[in-house]
Design a protein around this ligand. Structure first.
Ligand code: HEC
Length: 212
């Protein structure tokens, strides 16, 4: 039991250190040949500080605290209502950083989402189990633009070139593949379908922190 606690603490600390190191490295100018841009906090999704940090807080503790606060802000979001409207209308109607999947952990929706994932050929690029292949894996801790439902909904709807343009979002992480993903506004019928697909994607995730 003690070991488990230690291990999970270690994981938290390690990810905090990695996060901290990443934030520090973001002040270094990016290599022009490297398409990956440094992280920039998205104004709409950055939560206000929940607590006053202690004066002697270490950088690692500060990063862990910020990560915990960001996770809490996501967990506190209201569940988004399914409207059966086209994706473009749904992304326009909901302010950035507010959407949350109504179908997370819903077994029936996940089953349907899995079928939709294959019928829209997401597997062609991301693999049948979401493990990658030609394109970024959906199974690991790296989410290029962020891991929450709001980001994934907009990413899949708009595609990543438009996601970058519309919301000034930049890649915060990078996977083996760095290239744009096509948008699905004209292809996926409505929000009901896309939320189901996202609910399925969550089931292939094998990372260490559930942050959505
Ligand atoms: C033509 C190949 C292709 C298809 C088809 C495709 N994607 Fe992608 N997807 C990509 C690429 C490339 C990226 C990385 C984009 C970037 O870095 O800007 C990506 C990124 C993603 C991400 C973010 C992953 C991360 O680690 O941050 C999700 C989620 C995703 N796609 C879901 C889907 C879903 C769901 C479908 C089907 C509706 C789909 N993709 C179809 C190529 C594709």
């Amino acid at each position: 039991m003690v070991k488990v606690v230690k291990l999970s603490r270690c994981l938290t600390a390690c990810s905090a250190v990695i996060f901290g190191a990443y934030v520090l490295s973001s002040s270094v100018p990016a290599n022009a040949a490297d398409e990956v841009k440094p992280a920039e906090p998205a104004a709409a999704t950055t939560p206000p500080p929940a607590t006053t940090p202690p004066a002697d807080e270490s950088p690692g503790d500060a990063a862990a605290r910020r990560a915990a606060e960001a996770a809490k802000a996501i967990a506190d979001r209201k569940i988004t209502e399914v409207t059966n409207k086209p994706l473009a209308e749904v992304v326009a109607a909901n302010p950035v950083g507010t959407m949350r999947n109504p179908y997370t952990d819903n077994a029936t929706a996940i089953e349907e989402g899995k079928k939709l994932y294959f019928s829209y050929s997401c597997n062609g690029c991301h693999g049948g189990g979401g493990g990658g292949g030609m394109c970024p894996p959906l199974t690991n801790d790296i989410f290029v633009y962020g891991s929450d439902d709001d980001v994934l909904f907009r990413l899949i709807a708009l595609g990543t070139a438009d996601l970058q343009k519309t919301y000034s979002m930049k890649r915060k992480g990078s996977e083996g593949v760095v290239g744009p993903m096509p948008g699905y506004t004209e292809i996926i019928k409505n929000d009901d379908e896309l939320w189901k697909i996202i609910a399925f994607i969550r089931t292939v995730y094998k990372g260490s922190r559930r942050n959505w």
